[in-house]
Design a protein around this ligand. Structure first.
Ligand code: G3P
Ligand code: MG
Length: 255
């Protein structure tokens, strides 16, 4: 199994965004399983913490969009979340899909792919340092450290995580409106990789990425035209909702 250190030497890396979220409900075991079947070597997921300090895989701070629950996820216990359906909102055939624990995802992915765990920006007044300690502890106790990349738009979270010196690799997501070049963002955060949207990946950023040989991921690349543009601008990680499509495009391009 390739570790993160192997993956960053590849010319391109397809990262399945919230699993194969274009064809299955995001951040569920089914979406992640489909990404693995497609051959994605990295899966991106988002995590949240429950009232009983469990690390669960879920994008939004509130339950409504991607489950049949209501209210904020940080005010729910894992026992309550277990009763919810996280699949039917996407399509009826996914009814019965659950909100997974980070540990469930590690179990599914272990030996097959690396994982990009996105750490969300804090809610006002939240003890976000505790949240980071819970997430890193769950990762370390699953022995997933060599296979896990942490990313965040919240650079204080990344600086804190890096200061813990647990040996994790980290990627800085470019916050909206941040005009700095990737090399400066990495200098400021101490991260090893950089991630931005395709819209933000201007020729100027591409030149900086090439000049400093920065491993850069770009989201969300769902068409072959967007993949071509991302590669032209020196991105190597293509974050996509359709890993099968982008993998097929890269395979055909290499022929
Ligand atoms: O890593 C790219 C992407 O996941 C960042 O935004 O909202 O999809 O989690 P979001
Ligand atoms: Mg994310």
């Amino acid at each position: 199994m390739k570790s993160l250190l192997d993956l960053v030497t590849l010319p391109h890396l397809v990262v399945a965004h919230r699993g194969a979220s274009g064809i299955a409900p995001e951040n569920t075991l089914t979406a992640i399983g489909l990404a693995l079947e497609a051959g994605a070597l990295m899966v991106e997921i988002d995590v949240q913490i429950t009232t009983d300090d469990q690390v669960v895989v879920f994008h939004d701070p509130s339950l409504e969009r991607t489950s049949n629950g209501h209210g904020e996820i940080c005010r729910s216990s894992y026992e309550e979340l277990k009763k919810l359906d996280a699949g039917a909102w996407f399509a009826e055939r996914f009814r019965g899909e659950k909100i997974p624990l980070l540990a469930d995802v590690f179990q599914l992915i272990r030996g097959k792919a690396c994982i990009n765990v996105e750490i969300k920006s804090p809610a006002p007044g939240e003890d976000w340092q505790k949240r980071i300690r819970l997430i890193t502890a769950a990762t370390t106790s699953a022995a997933m450290m060599p296979f896990t990349l942490f990313s965040s738009f919240h650079h204080d979270s990344l600086r804190y995580l890096n200061s813990l010196q647990l040996g994790f690799h980290t990627a800085a997501l470019l916050p909206s409106g941040d005009q700095r070049l990737p090399s400066l963002v990495l200098q400021d955060t101490g991260c090893q990789a950089f991630v931005c949207s395709l819209r933000e990946l201007t020729p100027e950023l591409g030149a900086d990425i090439a000049a400093h040989d920065i491993f850069t991921g770009v989201y969300t690349i769902n068409t072959t035209q967007d993949a071509e543009l991302a590669l032209l601008r020196h991105a190597r990680g293509l974050v996509t909702d359709f890993p099968e499509r982008i993998l097929a495009y890269l395979a055909a391009r290499e022929k």
